[in-house]
Design a protein around this ligand. Structure first.
Ligand code: PGA
Length: 251
């Protein structure tokens, strides 16, 4: 039985002061929640403050990106050592906004995934098709390439540590949520690709989150699907009541 995982991707939102307020609110609401893995992913500047607030709770902290390199002359980058120093456990990698606006490609995303696993950080690898891909019938093809390339050279044993987030780009921040059936179909497809890559045991163990306009009122149906193991939440993660509502829907 796969444990559900709900992660809040705060993107480029929240000052340190605002992040502290949100994390304190969630700590009150969710500190005892043992049945669901909860991850907060604030911007880099607020990671340490949020990490301190949730340090003695079940809530984990994640970053929204990570360098594939260990240290050195990489202006603007943050490496695994810096994240682990402040008890970050998860890293979101290959989010569609990074692919789209910063031209991150599968090659570099894979290097980051491999580095994160090597350093005992848990990657949340994001994959998903654009509206154009979906309308031209290429959803499976696009998602398959992102999964195969993003997880290249990852050993079967590591699939219990990593998370795949299926996020149809057309559903992110648009209010246009995929139907539960549309999402389930792609999740089952991704699990099949993983099975083909590394075997049935890893495919059965890997957690696949849905992301894209998930809210408390659509979370129950989405999370009720057999291959949907959680959510990666953007907009609704910026408000304690909404985010806590989604976590409770996962219980
Ligand atoms: P959204 O974002 O919930 O605002 O659609 C999800 C994401 O981009 O991770």
């Amino acid at each position: 039985m796969r444990k559900k995982i709900i992660a809040g991707n705060w993107k480029m939102n929240k000052t340190i002061e605002e992040a502290i307020e949100l994390a304190n609110g969630l700590k009150l609401d969710l500190a005892d929640c043992k049945d669901v893995d909860v991850v907060l992913c604030p911007p880099f500047t607020a990671l340490k403050s949020v990490s301190d607030i949730v340090s003695e709770t079940q809530i984990a902290v994640g970053s929204q990106n990570m360098s594939s390199e260990d240290e050195g002359a990489y202006t603007g980058e943050i490496c695994h050592t810096m994240l682990k120093e402040i008890f970050v456990r998860y890293v979101i990698l290959g989010h569609s906004e990074r692919r789209q606006y910063y031209k991150e490609n599968d090659f570099w995303i894979n290097k980051k995934v491999v580095k994160a696993l090597e350093k005992n950080l848990r990657p949340i690898l994001c994959v998903g098709e654009t509206l154009e891909d979906r309308e031209s019938g290429s959803t499976e093809k696009v998602v398959e390439v992102q999964v195969r390339e993003g997880l290249k050279d990852v050993a079967a044993e590591s699939y219990t540590e990593l998370v795949i987030a299926y996020e149809p780009v057309w559903a992110i921040g648009t209010g246009k949520v995929a139907t539960a059936q549309q999402a389930q179909d792609v999740h089952a497809f991704i699990r099949g690709v993983v099975k083909d890559m590394v075997g049935a045991e890893a495919a059965d163990a890997v957690r696949i989150q849905y992301g894209g306009s998930m809210k408390p009122d659509n979370a129950v149906e989405l999370l009720g699907q057999p291959d949907i193991d959680g959510g990666l939440i953007g907009g609704a993660a910026l408000d304690a009541t909404s985010f806590a509502g989604i976590v409770k829907a996962a219980m």
